[in-house]
Design a protein around this ligand. Structure first.
Ligand SMILES: Nc1ncnc2c1ncn2[C@@H]1O[C@H](COP(=O)(O)OP(=O)(O)OP(=O)(O)O)[C@@H](O)[C@H]1O
Ligand SMILES: [Mg+2]
Length: 416
């Protein structure tokens, strides 16, 4: 079929005068026409595009019907009008059977030729539109199939995301349930003690000696304090988990802050020897002062609580490669290797301190790590060569004022 636009007609007649006359008339009528004197040339022309053959039956090289058959191989939609002599009615019927649209008898009446041609042209145009519609339909079908495939893929991805989220939610839910049951257990211990001793006091007040009463009241007092601390820590932690930790970044001078925290502890007469060492001088970071202060207080109060009286507690501060590192180093019992990760878990306390009755809720380091991570830092612990002494190292991004977090928490881990 020729390109969109006019239909192309090929006249096939070995009689040049018939061919050329027809050519002139049809051109004048507005058709795009060519003339071929024989079958071979007609088929050649058809290969470069042709919609209609106006073909004589008798030609020197081929029969008109054979040309039609060959022509259909080149263009399946080819339309044809066969021109036959008066004596050739039988051929005309065969031509129609072979797919010709119409036949005209020679010598032809030009109006009859034009009328047949007009009807055939209309049919060819319809065929052409039909083909175009089918092509458009196939195209939009392909687009649709591609879209369906894309949607299916993004649905699969969304499904996978959903499955991951459900998995994470399940894990969070399990962690929450575990936390709640740990909390109830931890709260029950001091309450049981308080309940037991108050009952004894009520039941046996008359028979108890004064020293015994004082001793029981002291126990009740100690466990009440423990309960208060526990509840406060649990509240802090669950608030952090529920609302996150509010960070108000501002310049923080780590050396000055360490000195101020130590002054606060010295007022309590801990009897420890505090040392603050910042070899490079003051280290300033852009962070949340209250958060950094709470981290220091938690680490220093552990150092005080778990180290021998009058031993040294050292705070070291260094800055390098865009990070600041704060270390709290004590001369205490140290943390055995297997316990070094566990001490950051809620309610975990090393067995020796539990046995030694050093009071504590086991939540201090859990809270500390949550704060450090909210500041996009890291915390880890090491012990001295013979397992003596602990060194808690907190690494924080230094950042200059106004520099935004990239949220990656990807700072180098401090080397011990
Ligand atoms: N500096 C330290 N030296 C030795 N052991 C320590 C030190 N700091 C922490 N630990 C161990 O880690 C455990 C967990 O510490 P964490 O601060 O979380 O809880 P805690 O001190 O027991 O109670 P609290 O919640 O009141 O702080 C402690 O019970 C103790 O066994
Ligand atoms: Mg503690």
């Amino acid at each position: 079929m020729s390109d969109a636009g006019k239909l192309r007609i090929i006249i096939v007649d070995d009689d040049a005068s018939v061919g050329k006359t027809l050519l002139g008339i049809l051109k004048k009528a507005g058709y795009d026409v060519e003339w071929a004197p024989n079958g071979k040339e007609a088929l050649e022309k058809l290969k470069s595009g042709g919609d209609i053959l106006l073909v004589d039956v008798r030609l020197p090289d081929m029969n008109g019907l054979d040309i039609l058959r060959e022509g259909h191989k080149i263009n399946a939609d080819l339309g044809a009008i066969v021109m036959t002599g008066y004596s050739d009615t039988e051929t005309a019927v065969r031509a129609l059977n072979a797919g010709a649209f119409a036949y005209v008898q020679k010598p032809y009446n030009i109006d009859e030729v034009k009328a047949s041609l007009a009807r055939l042209a209309e049919r060819q145009n319809l065929l052409r539109q039909n083909r175009e519609l089918v092509r458009q339909l196939q195209d939009s079908n392909a687009v649709l199939e591609r879209k369906v495939a894309e949607r299916t893929k993004s649905l699969q991805t969304a499904n996978l995301d959903l499955a991951n989220t459900i998995e994470r939610l399940k894990e969070a839910d399990a962690a929450k349930s575990a936390f709640v049951s740990m909390v109830s257990h931890e709260l029950r211990t001091p309450l049981t003690v308080i309940e037991g001793f108050t009952e004894t006091l009520i039941d046996k007040l008359e028979s108890l000696k004064k020293e015994e009463i004082v001793q029981y009241l002291e126990i009740i007092h100690t466990d009440t304090l423990r309960l208060t601390r526990l509840i406060q820590n649990i509240l802090d932690l669950s608030q952090m988990q529920a609302k996150g930790i509010a960070i108000n970044p501002a310049p923080v001078r780590l050396k000055a802050l360490s000195e101020s925290v130590v002054r606060g502890l010295e007022v309590l007469n801990t009897g420890m020897k505090f040392e603050i060492v910042f070899d490079q001088g003051e280290v300033e970071i852009f962070s949340d002062k209250d958060c950094v202060e709470q981290v220091l207080v938690n680490l220093l109060s552990n150092a005080v609580k778990y180290s021998p009286k009058n031993s040294a507690i050292r705070i070291e501060g260094v800055s390098r490669d865009g990070i600041a590192q704060l270390s709290v180093i004590d001369q205490g019992p140290g943390i055995p290797e297997p316990e070094r990760e566990r001490i950051f878990q809620a309610f975990y306390r090393c067995p020796d301190v539990v046995n030694s009755k050093t009071p504590g809720t086991g939540l201090g380091l859990t809270i500390t790590r949550a704060i450090v991570e909210a500041l996009e830092g890291r915390i880890k612990v090491e012990s001295g060569p013979e397992g003596k002494g602990s060194s808690f190292q907190v690494t924080l991004p230094r950042r200059i004022e106004g520099e935004k977090s990239n949220g990656s928490n990807d700072i180098p881990v401090a080397k011990g």
